[in-house]
Design a protein around this ligand. Structure first.
Ligand SMILES: CC(C)(COP(=O)(O)OP(=O)(O)OC[C@H]1O[C@@H](n2cnc3c(N)ncnc32)[C@H](O)[C@@H]1OP(=O)(O)O)[C@@H](O)C(=O)NCCC(=O)NCCS
Length: 146
């Protein structure tokens, strides 16, 4: 899997994916469905990093990382046409590499308890399941050996 920093074309692609994706749209369509307007200004912060992922078949999805004081918060996405081919697992492995490269010591993720695919991805990547947060999401954490 390859990654390249998020740019205008990538942001428009993210919006196209979310517009045609009821699953992703229900989870975070309010933000990434309006990526050009909402994500662009956040990417200007030194703590925020976005990447478009791809492989030999083309664009796969995206990674959004915010790293503050060595603590990384991740959101990741595989576009609907590319799901269930192991790319979620590949994406989270890429997240670990990117977060380590950026100096993070821990990665955090919050997932709806009904999001079976994301739960499977995080559990098999070795994330530890913590308690529910105030929004009813399950919190996960991975300690990095940076
Ligand atoms: C979560 C997501 C990234 C998984 O991507 P993916 O490429 O389909 O994942 P994989 O093919 O690597 O599958 C990983 C595991 O999830 C399981 N899985 C995938 N989709 C599933 C589904 N709809 N229902 C049940 N299990 C599912 C797979 O079977 C696999 O587990 P297994 O190896 O034990 O069989 C993708 O579904 C997605 O982008 N969803 C919308 C956004 C999202 O939820 N992001 C994470 C929140 S931060």
């Amino acid at each position: 899997m390859r990654v390249r920093p998020m740019d205008g074309d990538g942001l428009r692609l993210v919006e196209q994916w979310l517009a045609a994706d009821p699953v992703g749209g229900a989870i975070f369509g309010g933000f990434y469905g309006h990526a050009v307007a909402r994500w662009t200004p956040l990417l200007e912060a030194p703590s925020r990093h976005g990447w478009l992922t791809s492989d030999d078949e083309g664009a796969v999805g995206f990674i959004d990382l915010e790293i503050l004081d060595g603590e990384a918060e991740v959101t990741y996405y595989v576009s609907p046409a590319r799901r269930r081919q192991g790319l979620g697992r590949t994406t989270i492995a890429q997240v670990v590499t990117l977060a380590t490269d950026k100096g993070a010591r821990q990665i955090h993720a919050a997932v709806e308890p009904t999001n079976t695919a994301s739960l499977a991805v995080l559990r098999t990547a070795g994330f530890t399941e913590l308690s529910e947060n105030e929004f009813g999401e399950l919190e996960f954490r991975l300690d990095l050996n940076a």
